[in-house]
Structure formats: C-alpha cells, structure tokens
Ligand binder design. Structure first.
Ligand code: HSE
Length: 436
C-alpha cells in the first residue's frame, strides 16, 4: 500500500492518551523521517473540556474532537486506532471492532490484555493486522519488544521485575527514612503515585497483570491474570525492613516468572533480595526488569513505569512500528506468540526460602516447640537470625528457612500460631535463593 501519511485516531484523552498525542506532536518531524508523516486525525473523548484542553495545549484544531469512538473506527481514512480509555468491557469492544475493521491497534491496557489478550491477538491474526501493547507493561521501558525481538534467539529462563512504581516508592521510603507502611503510603498518595484506593497496586494486582503478559510472551504460552498468585506489601513493617537491612537484603515487590520449558512458575510478592542484586538498587517509583536467557546471560532494563510522556513514548513506538508495517505491507508479522500450552505451577507447589517473624512468650523450650512444628511440616531452618525482647515476658524470634513448598510453610505457620508459647506470627516474606 502506498500512502504519504498515516492517520491516527486516539480514543481516550486522559493522561495516557494525552501523553501519546504530546509525543506525536512534539516529535512529528523526527518521526516523519524515521517512518512516515503521522497525522493525529481524530480524538474521541467524552469529556469535551478535557479534549479541548489537550487540543489547545498541543495547538491542534478542535474539529478533530468527537465524543463518539464509533466514528473513528468507522472512518476508512484512519489507519491506526489508539485505545487509551482503560477498563475492560468498552475497551474490549473498541479494540475488537477496530481490528475487525482491519485497522492496526495500539493499546496501553494491561487489564484487558492480561485477561483477553489471547482472544484479541487471534482476531488481529485472522484480520492480518497488528495489535501492539508495549505501554501495558512498565510504561516507557520497551520490554515487550525486547522479549519479542531483541531476545528472540534465547530460551528465557527467568524474568524478574519491579513493575509497579507505587509499591517500589513505598518500600524505598520505608527503607530510607524508616517510615512505617501507613506513613509511606500516605506520602505516595500525596505525591500522586498511589491512588486514593491503593488496593490494585499494594495488593499486587497491577503487577500480576503485567507479569501475566510478560510470562505469556517469554514462554510462548498463555498466562492470564487469574493464574498469577499475588501477595501484597501491606503487612511489611519497619522491623522487617530493619532485619532485612541487617542481614544484607533489600525488600522489593517483585514479579517473578520462570520456566524450564515444561511448566511456568509465575507470581508476585515481596522478596528479600541481596543488596548486591541489580534490582535492589532500583529506587523510588522507577521500574526495572531483569531478564535471564540461555545465550544472553542477564540483562536489565530500567526506567519510568508510568507517567504521561514515558507511557506516550511506548505508544508512539508502537504507532511507528504499525506505520512501518502498513507502509511495507507487512502487517501481522508477529501475530500471537503463544504456540504452547504449558501448565502453571500452583501456588502451593512453589518453592522459596522464607523469613518468618514470630512473637513468643519468652520461656524455656520455645525454640524446641517451634522447631518441632517446623520439622513436622518438612521445614528445616537455615538460620535463626535474631531475638529481640518486646516486653518483660515477650520476645521476637526471626528465622529463615531452607527452600520449602509454600503449602508446607503455610501449614507450619498455622501450627505455630496455635502453640501456647506463641502470641502471633507477625509476618513472613520470601527470601532470595540460589535459583534467583
Ligand atoms: N499504578 C502503576 C504503578 C502504574 O504504580 O506502577 C500504572 O500501571
């Protein structure tokens, strides 16, 4: 197909859509030389004032604004639809209609791709068109393209990522200023890093969606959000941070995806990671993804995981890819990369070392009773790290286990909690082991 310019329609002019528009406008000349002139032909936005504000800011004419996304999808002159409304149902309808109309589609929508990604990529394949979603994982970091293209010659064994900026900011504040969880969360909310309802970030759901997408691509087998077990950071206390520090660890909220080619182990949870690991140095709201491949060894990609312009950068990259494919008649070069159906390891079967903090009544025989409960559940201790007096009759014991099954660890903690000598199991956190 010979075209002089590519027309783009953006549906949703909020932070992400606005950021994409800003990148296309500010770098229009560069992009024209690199691919082709790309014209922002239409913006669909229900909030007229928001749409006009964006057009004024970018010196775009108001007549490109509409409140009806169907006019963009139905317009034969629009080549690429950018979906930036977020959410699942309407976004699903928009993307599937645009693909069925033969348009190339770019989305930032991780919620949608982590649940309906397979289905939408199949529609794109049937229609011989492109569906790109770089901005859905880690904002401006081009991790999807790296895994699909740059690392494509590797058997990828593991991807570990700090893919949620909010939780990384909270844990950084806790570790650097000694703030407790509630203080650090309030600070993150005041700075706009955390939502008023922070559940999706702090409980790990946001990261689990991103890891479902990454695991699917890295291991060529569909992993959806509901297959990714996740645990949040809300129970982590200043004491956990202090103990971790004392023993050479940083606590990071990590997405971990591993495969031996037979099954996939994917999860999201806080992890005590050695301070010498490159991921331990990733501070504040930054994201980073550490990839291990059989030829590559390891590589880490680092950058901004959110924000209008970093996310706009990822969307613009996808638009440029889609443009090149349109101009060179090479759409649908990739299609859906999931040609395998590997089982996902159930949470109970996952293996980890665990740090456990327990409040006990300080009397004779406590260690023997704890040790008996652990042994009865196949758990052996690697080290007893610390004992801190809490009150006259209470003390705190901190131990680290060898690598154990999750189900065994949970059964042991259940037994320990019922011992007369125990006031409470205060917390447990997984600890980096040899396989990381
Ligand atoms: N809420 C996310 C984060 C950004 O904190 O990283 C959007 O996915």
């Amino acid at each position: 197909m010979k075209k002089d310019a590519i027309n783009v329609g953006i549906i949703g002019a909020g932070t992400v859509g606005g950021g994409a528009a800003a990148v296309l406008v500010r770098n229009a000349e560069l992009i024209a030389h690199r691919a082709a002139p790309i014209r922002l032909a239409a913006i669909a936005e229900l909030d007229r004032a928001r749409g006009e504000a964006l057009c004024s800011e970018l010196s775009l004419p108001f007549d490109i604004l509409t409140d009806d996304w169907l006019t963009l999808v139905g317009d034969p002159d629009i080549d690429i639809i950018v979906e930036t409304i977020g959410g699942v149902e309407l976004a699903h309808q928009i993307i599937s209609s645009a693909l069925k109309a033969g348009k190339s589609v770019v989305t930032a929508n991780k919620d949608l791709m982590a649940t309906h990604g397979g289905e939408l990529l199949n529609i794109a394949g049937e229609m011989k068109t492109d569906l790109f979603f770089e901005a859905a994982v880690a904002g401006g970091i081009p991790i999807i393209q790296s895994v699909k293209e740059g690392f494509a010659g590797n058997r990828i064994g593991q991807i570990m990522g700090i893919v949620n900026g909010t939780t990384n900011y909270i844990l950084t504040r806790m570790s650097e200023s000694g703030a407790d969880y509630a203080e650090a969360l309030a600070e993150a909310q005041a700075l706009g890093y955390a939502e008023a309802d922070p559940t999706s970030d702090v409980a790990g759901h946001d990261a689990a969606r991103k890891m479902a997408i990454l695991a699917s691509i890295a291991f060529n087998s569909r992993v959806s959000f509901d297959m990714v077990p996740c645990e949040g950071i809300d129970k982590i206390s200043a004491w956990d941070i202090a103990y971790a520090e004392q023993f050479g660890y940083a606590i990071k909220m990590l997405g971990i995806a591993r495969s031996d080619g037979q099954l996939i182990d994917v999860r999201v949870h806080p992890l005590m990671i050695s301070k010498s690991h490159p991921l331990a140095a990733v501070r504040d709201s930054y994201n980073a993804i550490f990839v291990q491949g059989d030829a590559l060894g390891s590589a880490m990609l680092y950058g901004r995981g959110a924000g209008a312009l970093p996310t706009g950068s990822a969307i613009a990259g996808d638009i440029i890819n889609a443009t090149r494919n349109i101009l060179h008649d090479s759409k649908a070069r990739w299609g859906c990369t999931c040609h395998l159906e590997l089982p996902v390891l159930p949470l109970d079967e996952t293996l980890s070392k665990y740090y456990v903090r327990i409040c006990v009544f300080d009397r004779i025989g406590v260690f023997a009773e704890l040790s008996e409960a652990l042994t009865a559940n196949n758990i052996s201790m690697d080290s007893v790290m610390q004992k801190r007096r809490l009150t006259d009759d209470r003390a705190e014991i901190v131990l680290i286990t060898h690598q154990v099954r999750h189900a065994d660890m949970m059964a042991a903690l259940n037994d320990i909690e019922r011992l007369d000598c125990v006031c409470e199991v205060s917390d447990y956190i997984r600890v980096e082991d040899e396989s990381i």
